[in-house]
Design a protein around this ligand. Structure first.
Ligand code: HEM
Length: 436
């Protein structure tokens, strides 16, 4: 689809076949994405995926251009047209009737509205709040690892990564312990609204769960309104920013509910996926395991280790935008109101930016240029919390576990079917317990 005049490098027969036949939604592509990514970057950098009906933006520089223009490439249109697709009015009416109200996702918006919401949301992500969470997160990590340590075997995803992120959500928001299973079900119901894959029956079931979730959160928010605590619900309920003209901005109640709900969802699958990927690399690439062992007691080096992990195995594959007008990107004309996916996984694998991209090299001079947390005004608001969680996990794994190995054939690893993330469903591993 590229219309630019610059000479394109010749494609191999396999790359040409992939461009012609494959789709980002193919299971094989999700499991083995890198050849497809390279074919797009070389042969059709802004590629129309017919089966998805979406334009795939594959090159690092084009993704940066999209991020620099959040008005032309709208998150608001991309996200809200996807919500409860085809059944939106019914969904909205159920929430208004039984769920305390319909609260559109305030953070899934465009500037200038997004600018105000984002500043208020950042009240929950101060360095103080993240630092204060660290010892509690460490306790949860140690508890989960100790539960399996003597067994020498575990499912690293369902027994470690997923329970950890749910426990962190309970800690960070100040929710009730013992609610973990319920929170996990609620969270899946919210995510299902943007899957574009719900039947009416599942939409109704999920809408009921979302009503329960909202009623629960509203109860907690009312409590914190009266009596704030050291948690993110209190941060959001009492968020305020001083404006240049001397006035103070706060959130409406509807905005605050939507932000608390977003905090429950946004960091959940992504962080669990990052931890699953960490185990996968430790189990399949001995040089990565040796690198971790060598840097585990050096905080600065460990920070770089986590950054390279996120570059090599980005949890988020691709996220939506919609054009608010016709736009030219990388020489390709994209019509107005077209759906696009920013393929973050491809940009992280671009060899002109990250030479020898499959190599795990935490000494790369430009480590920070990966796009695993997005960029521009929508850059991940929870990135410092996410980095800290993965780092604490990496450190505690290295202190307790050695010889981590896959307990299944690599070809038997299954991924959750979604274009948004590359999430391992189960990761059975074996290991030996480290002494001392
Ligand atoms: C390793 C873990 C994580 C990864 C890989 C990740 C990745 C991302 C990415 C790629 C975006 C950009 C979205 C876009 O371009 O449209 C994003 C945005 C966001 N993330 Fe994360 N995230 C992680 C953890 C978290 C956590 C722990 C939280 C909160 C508790 C969080 C909250 C958010 C929110 C609210 C946004 C929207 C920001 C905005 O549009 O202004 N994320 N994240």
């Amino acid at each position: 689809m590229t219309t630019g005049t610059a000479a394109k490098p010749a494609l191999t027969a396999e790359e040409a076949r992939l461009l012609h036949e494959a789709s980002l939604r193919d299971y094989d592509i999700q499991a083995h994405p890198h050849d497809y990514y390279r074919a797009m970057r070389k042969g059709d950098r802004v590629h129309f995926d017919e089966r998805l009906g979406s334009w795939l933006v594959s090159r690092h520089e084009d993704i940066l251009s999209v991020q620099a223009d959040p008005i032309t490439f709208s998150v608001n249109m991309g996200y809200h047209t996807q919500q409860a697709r085809g059944m939106r009015e019914e969904f909205q009416a159920i929430l208004e009737r039984d769920g305390g109200g319909y609260f559109p996702d305030a953070i899934m918006s465009d500037p200038p509205y997004h600018t105000r919401i984002r500043k208020l949301m950042e009240n929950a992500f101060t360095a103080h709040r993240v630092k204060e969470l660290e010892p509690r997160i460490r306790e949860e990590v140690v508890d989960l690892l100790e539960k399996v340590a003597d067994r020498g075997a575990a499912d690293a995803v369902t027994e470690i990564a997923v329970p950890l992120t749910i426990r962190v959500i309970v800690e960070q928001l100040g929710l009730d312990h013992g609610m973990e299973a319920q929170i996990s079900r609620w969270s899946q119901a919210v995510v299902a609204q943007i899957s574009s894959m719900q039947s009416r029956e599942t939409m109704l079931e999920n809408a009921k769960l979302i009503c329960d979730l909202q009623n629960y959160l509203i109860g907690k928010m009312k409590e914190r309104e009266k009596a704030p605590r050291e948690d993110m619900i209190s941060d959001i309920v009492h968020a305020r920013i001083a404006m240049d003209d001397g006035t103070t901005e706060t959130l409406t109640f509807a905005e605050a509910v939507s932000l608390v709900r977003a905090l429950m969802i946004a960091g959940n699958d992504t962080t669990a996926t990052a931890i699953g990927n960490l185990f996968l690399l430790l189990a399949t690439r001995p040089e990565v395991a040796a690198t971790l062992d060598a840097c585990v007691e050096d905080d600065r080096r460990l920070t770089r280790f986590v950054e390279e992990l996120l570059r090599v195995e980005p949890p988020v594959r691709a996220l939506s935008r919609m054009t608010s007008r016709e736009a030219v990107l990388g020489g390709t004309t994209i019509p107005a109101h077209a759906h696009m996916l920013l393929v973050y996984g491809s940009a992280n694998d671009q060899d002109e930016v990250f030479p020898d991209p499959r190599k795990f090299d935490m000494d790369r001079h430009n480590l920070g240029r990966h796009v695993s947390f997005g960029g521009g005004v929508h850059r991940c608001v929870g990135l410092s919390l996410a980095r800290m969680e993965v780092k604490v996990m990496a450190r505690e794994i290295a202190r307790r576990m050695a010889d981590i190995k896959l307990a299944i054939a690599p070809g038997d690893i299954r991924y959750v079917p979604t274009v948004a993330t590359r999430t391992i469903e189960h990761l059975p591993i074996t290991f030996t317990r480290r002494q001392g």
